[in-house]
Write a protein that binds this ligand. Structure first.
Ligand SMILES: [Zn+2]
Ligand SMILES: [Zn+2]
Length: 424
């Protein structure tokens, strides 16, 4: 996921010292380092999921593996009450790590550069904490390890494999992501009521023409020229047809066609990234991309059988944090840890498939929060060197395990306790 955070940074605080400090030193730190050392790519999380399953069993959960390829579902029943689900993602990225950490990746070309190792450790720490604190909540706790977030496919895979039918259906769902820029200091969390991440999809457009010799364009329909016109025309959909108050992006990320100077090719492929918040806006953008592509082709006398083909791939809906659930959790955090602990952050145009857990039914509120992962010391060091902090997906991204993980455990544990108390 991508994040940008707004708002005034709070002074560095460590309200999490009370919760889980001992467990961090005795267990979670080595779990984190082990997960970081052994990253696995999307839908290849074989060892990772086994470790997560082992950790959940050790904490007393009833565990099922292989839900949606490598998904793990742990269930802990504790009397009558609501069902609260907590999700961590588990996959890493095809990046060669350059952090120089003692516990750097031992798998060449694969790295936990998006902090999913910190998410797993935080969620396991939370599971252990809630299992120990069974006198403080009643109901059913479901903890899931989700594969393939980076290719926004794992949530759908787990849901398609019966996550909400084979296991207790949640009354509330919680998730988190590290924040890498340091705007949200380690030791704090960020929240956003309503939309947090965007509808995001990849769209492929194939522009077709009639190929021929470069010396005789009149005998061809040149798809390179058509594609060039289309790229420019696509820029006017957001700027001229969508309200300025409604955020939307159409980016042409790649364009490929032709083989040689003097050959007019017969097709060009475009790859688009399409982003916005409202579903109606998304549907409008899809429709207009199709219409504009067809319109450009028709002005070049393209026949019906050669009209452009538009294919939508890898769509993930916008993540909508339930406002009343979010308000309750934030009030609970503030009462536990003080007003500096949780700060408002602005929504981003990045995509996150956690959104899908709330889309299954309008009566399942979800809340996804951000976890500060960069310390004041790291920020000052970067400043002295005149550099920005490495973002997630950078080979240099190096979250500070302490106090990030303890803070995450404290925030997630209290969010879950709040959900058990206030969800009906
Ligand atoms: Zn990522
Ligand atoms: Zn991520």
């Amino acid at each position: 996921m991508n994040n940008t955070v707004s708002g005034t940074p709070a002074p560095h605080s460590q309200p999490s010292d009370g919760i889980g400090s001992e467990d961090y030193a005795n267990h979670l730190e080595s779990l984190y380092q082990s997960l970081h050392r052994h990253p696995e790519l999307s839908f290849h999380e074989e060892q990772t999921s086994q470790r997560i399953a082992y950790e959940m069993r050790t904490a007393g959960f009833d565990v099922t593996e292989g839900v949606g390829v490598y998904g793990v579902v742990g269930v802990l029943k504790n009397g009558d009450g609501p069902t609260v689900m907590i999700r961590t993602d588990m996959d890493a990225l095809p990046i060669h790590e350059k952090t120089g950490l003692a516990y750097a990746s031992e798998t060449d070309g694969v790295m936990h550069a998006c902090g999913h190792d910190a998410h797993m450790t935080t969620v396991i720490g939370t599971a252990r904490q809630l299992a120990r604190q069974r006198d403080q909540w009643q109901g059913t706790l479901v903890v899931i390890g989700q594969p393939a977030e980076e290719i926004v496919s794992g949530a759908q895979a787990m849901l398609d494999d019966g996550l909400y039918q084979r296991f207790p259906r949640p009354d509330a769902v919680l998730g988190l992501h590290v924040e890498p820029s340091g705007t949200l200091p380690a030791g704090t969390v960020g929240y956003c009521s309503g939309f947090l991440t965007a509808n995001s999809s990849s769209v492929d457009v194939t522009v077709k023409g009639v190929g021929g010799h470069g010396s005789a364009p009149e005998k061809t329909i040149d798809p390179v020229v058509l594609a060039a016109e289309l790229v420019v025309k696509l820029q006017t959909i957001v700027s001229r047809e969508v309200s300025a108050l409604e955020p939307a992006v159409i980016t042409v990320g790649s364009i490929h066609g032709g083989t040689k100077h003097n050959i007019i090719c017969d097709q060009v492929k475009l790859e688009l990234s399409v982003r916005c918040y409202a579903d109606e806006t998304r549907d409008f953008l899809y429709r207009r991309i199709q219409e504009v592509a067809e319109g450009v082709a028709r002005t070049a006398r393209v026949s019906d059988d050669l009209l452009p083909v538009v294919e939508i791939r890898n769509g993930v809906p916008a993540l909508y944090n339930d406002p009343s659930f979010t308000d309750r959790v934030v009030a609970h955090w503030h009462s536990k840890f003080g007003s500096q602990f949780a700060q408002p952050v602005s929504k981003v145009m990045g995509g996150e498939d956690f959104a899908l857990y709330g889309r299954q039914s309008p009566d399942i509120p979800i809340m996804f929060f951000l976890l500060g992962s960069v310390t004041e010391e790291q920020l000052q060091q970067a400043k002295r060197q005149g550099k920005d902090m490495p973002y997630v997906h950078s080979p240099h991204y190096k979250p500070a395990p302490e106090p990030t993980i303890k803070t995450g455990v404290a925030a997630m544990t209290e969010a879950a306790l709040c959900a058990f108390q206030s969800t009906h």
